[in-house]
Structure formats: C-alpha cells, structure tokens
Design a protein around this ligand. Structure first.
Ligand SMILES: Cc1cc2nc3c(=O)[nH]c(=O)nc-3n(C[C@H](O)[C@H](O)[C@H](O)COP(=O)(O)OP(=O)(O)OC[C@H]3O[C@@H](n4cnc5c(N)ncnc54)[C@H](O)[C@@H]3O)c2cc1C
Length: 275
C-alpha cells in the first residue's frame, strides 16, 4: 500500500496544479485503484480530483466528450457511446473496479493490456491536458511518453469518435479466463469510400510495453479495394514489424498467431457492419 503523507482536495483546477507543481512526490488521486495498492518507496502527497466536476459525459454528433474523472462504469451504462466503447470499458475489470476507476487514471497508468485504451486508440481519441497551459494531444502520443506530459500536469478529459462517426468498429481478444486480462486484444475501425477502403485503425494490446497502433498496416490498407483481399493484406502487414514479448500468459510466437487470428476476426466483423 502507498504511504500517504498529505491529503488535499482542492475545489479548483488551479489549486490542483499549484500542488502538483511543488515536487514529484505530489500526485493526482482519481479512483485510487492503481495508486492506493501501489508500492511506491516514498510517501506520497495526494491531490484528490473529486471536487473538480470532471465527470461529464456527452455525445454530440460525431464526437464523444468525456471528463477525466468519469468512472468506467458510466461508459458501460451510457447508451450514447455505443457498444464498442461500452464493451471495452466493461471488459476492463469487475464492477467494483469499474465504479472506482476513472478514464483519466486509466490513461495515466497506460496498462499494455487495456481494452479501453485500444478502443480509444481506434476511435482517434484526443486527450485534453493542463500542463498548466491547456494542450490537446493524441492518446497515442501520451501513451508513448506519459512521464513527459503528466509529471506536474493533469488529464482533464478526452474526445473520441462517437458511434455516429465510427460505424465500422469491432474488437476481438483471447484470454486465459473470461475475466482475465487479455493475452492479446485487437480493436479495429474501418471506413469505406465506395468500393475502396477509406481508412483503417488497428490497435493492439498485449504485444508491447504499452497499447500500440499498427501504423504501417493502416497506411498500407488505405485506398485498397474493399474486398476479401483487404483482410489478408491487413494480417500480413500487422505481423510484418511485430515482435511481441513472451511471458507467463503466452509466448511471442503464440501472440503472433493470435494477432493474425484476432485481426482477421475483428476486421471481418467491422467490414460486415459497413456492407
Ligand atoms: C487488481 C488490479 C487490476 C487492474 N487491472 C487493470 C486492467 O485490466 N486494465 C487497466 O487498464 N488497468 C488495470 N489496473 C490499473 C488501474 O487500476 C487502472 O488503470 C485504473 O483505471 C486507474 O484509474 P484510477 O482512477 O483508479 O487511477 P488512480 O489509481 O487514482 O491513479 C493512477 C495513476 O494515474 C494518475 N492519475 C490519475 N488521474 C489522473 C489525471 N486526471 N491526470 C494525470 N494523472 C492522473 C495518478 O497520479 C496515478 O499515478 C489494475 C489495477 C489493479 C490493482
């Protein structure tokens, strides 16, 4: 358990940022599901974000707007965010976890096995930060260098494509048990322009030290004929530069096999929704 040396609950964002900029042992406290059980060697001063009103959720046309303090369970229960995002939030953990854990905390932790983060990558999520100036960065950029952006800064919310803006989405995964973290998970989004593929997002969990996007495969698929060959091309392109780690959940070879199977499954599912 973390040792807490100070507890603060400011009423304003400026109050939070002033505390966070004191030193590196002062950190934001959201749902506490990761921070509280963590074994940080030094005592932490925590800044509780509950009083800031950052738990809003709205769907406007093509975009979803989410506050950093929104509990994952609210995404599960919302009808407006669509099955793809709600389903990813549901897979993130049991209801006790989802009631406490927040969207902002999930981004800051950047778990390489997160269903929610790959769904958000596929939906082109942009994260709004106070550093203390306002900044908006792609989720992918933050996951690449969280310490660079988050030390002394704060995630305040995100925007992502709504079901209206992203009709062709799907996710597939394999895990040891139905409630376990995935060994591999793949989230995809496909757009169609006539008889061509307008664009593809392919995001993967369980294959690197963070959730990743398969950029080279995405580039390869844009503009290709929207037919059966698209899926074969996608699988080959995703595997081309992939070197997943081996661990107690599965070997690198097994993960590559699963990436091929799951990418195919998710793409067929997503393309079927656009037919
Ligand atoms: C048993 C267990 C299972 C877990 N399983 C999963 C899983 O399957 N998938 C997964 O993704 N994660 C998992 N986690 C990790 C973690 O619980 C989740 O990522 C969770 O969503 C974190 O959210 P929180 O609101 O509880 O964050 P907290 O625990 O409150 O904070 C986590 C970290 O994020 C920072 N932080 C929080 N909010 C902000 C903000 N707005 N701006 C900047 N920094 C912020 C905190 O300072 C802290 O460093 C698990 C943790 C445990 C203990």
């Amino acid at each position: 358990m973390v040792r807490i040396s100070e507890y603060h609950r400011p009423q304003t964002l400026d109050g939070v940022l002033a505390l966070l900029q004191r030193d590196q042992s002062t950190v934001p406290l959201a749902g506490g599901t990761d921070l509280v059980p963590s074994k940080a060697p030094d005592a932490q001063a925590v800044v509780d974000l509950q009083a800031l009103g950052l738990d809003q959720l709205s769907v406007e046309g093509f975009r979803i707007h989410v506050g950093a303090m929104l509990p994952l369970q609210r995404l599960v229960e919302s009808t407006g965010v669509g099955e793809f995002l709600a389903g990813a939030a549901h897979l993130e953990g049991p209801i006790t976890h989802r009631n406490a854990a927040t969207v902002g905390g999930t981004i800051a932790v950047g778990d390489p096995h997160s269903f929610l983060l790959i769904a958000l990558l596929a939906l082109d999520a942009e994260v709004h930060l106070r550093l203390p100036d306002l900044a908006t960065l792609s989720l992918d950029r933050i996951l690449d260098a969280p310490r660079k952006f988050l030390d002394g800064g704060l995630i305040i919310g995100l925007t992502a494509l709504s079901p209206h803006g992203a009709p062709g989405t799907a996710m597939a995964h394999v895990a040891r048990t139905p409630r376990d973290k995935p060994i591999v998970a793949v989230a995809v989004r496909v757009t169609r322009e006539g008889d061509r593929c307008g664009g593809v997002r392919i995001a993967l969990a369980g294959v690197a030290d963070r959730p990743i996007r398969a950029y080279q495969a995405e580039d390869r698929l844009k503009g290709q004929p929207f037919d059966k060959g698209l899926v074969d091309l996608a699988v080959a392109a995703v595997l081309e530069h992939l070197n997943p780690p081996s661990d107690f959940r599965g070997s690198s070879e097994y993960r590559r096999e699963m990436v091929a199977v799951l990418t195919r499954r998710a793409l067929l599912d997503a393309c079927g929704k656009l037919a």
